[in-house]
Design a protein around this ligand. Structure first.
Ligand code: ADP
Ligand code: F6P
Length: 323
């Protein structure tokens, strides 16, 4: 009897998820497997929302952001009851192996299913880039380029008006996106959750930029920083005069996640998706497939789950030297 692989996308969507789905489907078909998609992540798994996927069903999606399967945050899946329900659904649909495309939380959920005896393989995908077991995850490169486009545009209008801007980028618990945006965008300062922020220090940097005759000052702020853009601007309101520049705030939010994947994310997703299928075919589940030291590597779930990839704080020094 033909074996069947299911694929789902979970957590925050990321540009390149569709390329991963396409790769899972086509590589699995190539290896003689049937494939089905699960809609709306773990919620769809609990509800039994399976759809058959053929080669043509994933045509024309490699260039599209988001996920054709839909994604969800599903708090219920943290319960053993929901996990058992999901297992029953997988068995009813005659699924032999599951590929979970997602970030930290999604892989924690996948590990639970694996611990309950189901063959699961994870594909590293989150714009936050905080997943242990992959140096870079699907979606990061595209989201970073969107943030950079915002910086470049803000610099133009900021220079016309001689203004300072606080640009808040995504990153609930992790400052990777903010730090890389600051380095690549040539920002004057960056505020991240991993490092305590003294608003006085940021005010001094803005003031110094003004006194040095700069036409603008750009501060990149991670949404998860204690002093996020809203709190920083509230602080600066009381110290408005000393900044020199007029201050404006831009919150990029979900704009950052909604782009079409660039070449890097399409290729990364295609390779990781293919490798996940190969793990299931070899009957070596219970791993996260990621990009480590310039090659595709698998890391056992037991090493991945419960850990967070740490940010290279040295790069903060680089950002400071380059401002
Ligand atoms: P991401 O995968 O992008 O980090 P979340 O942290 O929101 O996104 O996790 C996505 C989903 O994974 C959650 O809504 C939940 O269904 C599931 N999940 C997260 N953590 C766990 C856990 N510890 N046990 C079981 N399921 C989890
Ligand atoms: O996990 C990715 C991420 O984009 C975080 O950076 C952000 O904090 C969160 O998702 C936003 O989640 P939601 O889309 O549920 O609002």
């Amino acid at each position: 009897m033909t074996k069947k692989i299911a694929v789902l996308t979970s957590g925050g969507d990321a540009p390149g998820m569709n390329a991963a789905i396409r790769s899972v489907v086509r590589v699995a078909l190539h290896k003689g497997y049937e494939v089905c998609g699960v809609q709306q992540g773990y919620q769809g798994l609990i509800d039994g929302k399976f759809i058959p996927l053929g080669a043509r069903d994933v045509g024309g999606i490699i260039q599209r952001g988001g996920t054709i399967l839909g994604s969800a945050r599903c708090p219920e899946f943290r319960t053993r009851e929901a996990q058992n329900k999901a297992l029953r659904r997988l068995n009813q649909a005659a699924v032999d192996g599951l590929v979970v495309v997602g970030g930290n939380g999604s892989q924690a959920g996948a590990f639970k299913l694996f611990q309950l005896g189901f063959p699961v393989v994870g594909v590293a995908s989150t714009i936050d880039n905080d997943l242990y077991g992959s140096d870079i995850t699907i979606g990061v490169d595209t989201a970073l380029n969107i943030a950079l486009e915002a910086v470049d545009r803000l610099k133009i209008t900021a220079s016309s008006h001689r203004r300072a801007f606080l640009l808040e980028v995504m990153g609930r618990d992790c400052g990777y996106m903010a730090l890389m945006t600051a380095i690549a965008g040539g920002a004057e300062a960056v505020v991240i959750p991993e490092q305590e922020c003294d608003p006085e220090e940021i005010a001094n940097i803005i003031e110094a930029a003004y006194e040095h005759g700069k036409a603008h000052a750009i501060v990149i702020v991670a949404e998860g920083a204690t002093y996020n853009a809203q709190k920083l601007s509230a602080y600066f309101e009381e110290h408005h005069e000393r900044l020199g520049f007029d201050l404006r705030v831009t919150i990029l939010g979900h704009v950052q996640r909604g782009g079409n994947p660039g070449a890097f994310d399409r290729i990364l997703a295609s390779r990781l998706g293919a490798s996940a299928v190969e793990c299931l075919v070899r009957e070596e589940p219970g791993v996260l497939v990621g990009w480590v030291k310039n090659e595709i590597r698998t890391t056992p779930y037991a090493e991945v789950v419960g850990r967070k990839k740490s940010l290279d704080i040295q790069l903060l020094q680089l950002a400071k030297m380059l401002d």
